[in-house]
Design a protein around this ligand. Structure first.
Ligand code: FES
Length: 208
């Protein structure tokens, strides 16, 4: 009889420990489950990281007088990459009278290579943020007219992204930082002097 009582006591003790263990495990699991959404909100998603990553663009297929398609985006902004003919290059140098800021003196945030008649590293290729400086619409490239035209309120920019006088847009199109990786590739989001350091970044460049 006494043996039976001992056995029952041991069994109920074991069950108690088991229940306590299960309750603790459930509590820990619950705490982890509750923490996951917070952790997720702290950790930027791969998509968010890649949105800010530099963008490598193949320019080998771009012809003079055309806009690179599909249009690459950098930091969520469309980028115009425009090829220029020898006539475009000459025209941008000589026809400046109707421009509001022909020498690109107004915007401090522009890179040094935005301060020439082509607002680019090389005259034959221009790289601009494709967002109108009036209220943020997307201007259209017009190859016939050789300009960018914003249909929202009629602003116009020349092929170097310089705004013409008398339109609603106050400033030239922005020039993003960019560099040549080779004769056929540029990288948007990195200046030449930062290229070596960019190779060590976590945000690996993406191909457009
Ligand atoms: Fe382009 Fe107004 S947003 S002209």
């Amino acid at each position: 009889m006494s043996n039976d009582k001992d056995a029952t006591s041991v069994e109920s003790k074991g069950r108690r420990y088991f229940l306590i263990g299960m309750t603790s495990a459930a509590s820990v699991a619950g705490a982890i489950g509750a923490a996951v959404p917070f952790v997720k909100s702290w950790t930027p998603s791969a998509k968010a990281r890649s949105a800010g990553a530099p963008k490598i663009c193949d320019i080998s297929r771009l012809r003079a007088g055309e806009l690179l398609e599909p249009m690459p985006a950098w930091r969520g902004k469309p980028c115009f990459i425009v090829g220029r003919t020898p006539e475009d290059v000459e025209r941008l140098k000589t026809e400046q009278d109707d421009l509001a800021d022909a020498a690109s003196e107004k915007l401090d945030r522009q890179p040094a290579y935005a301060r020439n008649p082509w607002r680019s590293r090389r005259p034959e290729l221009g790289v601009y943020i494709g967002i109108c400086t009036h209220l943020g619409c997307s201007p259209k490239h017009r190859s016939e007219e050789g300009d960018f035209y914003c249909p929202c309120h009629g602003s116009r920019f020349d092929l170097a992204g310089r705004v013409v006088k008398g339109v609603p847009a106050p400033d030239n199109l922005d020039v993003p930082p960019y560099s040549y990786l080779s004769e056929t590739e540029i990288i948007i989001g990195v200046d030449e002097e930062d290229l070596a350091a960019a190779k060590d970044l976590d945000d690996a460049p993406e191909r457009a």
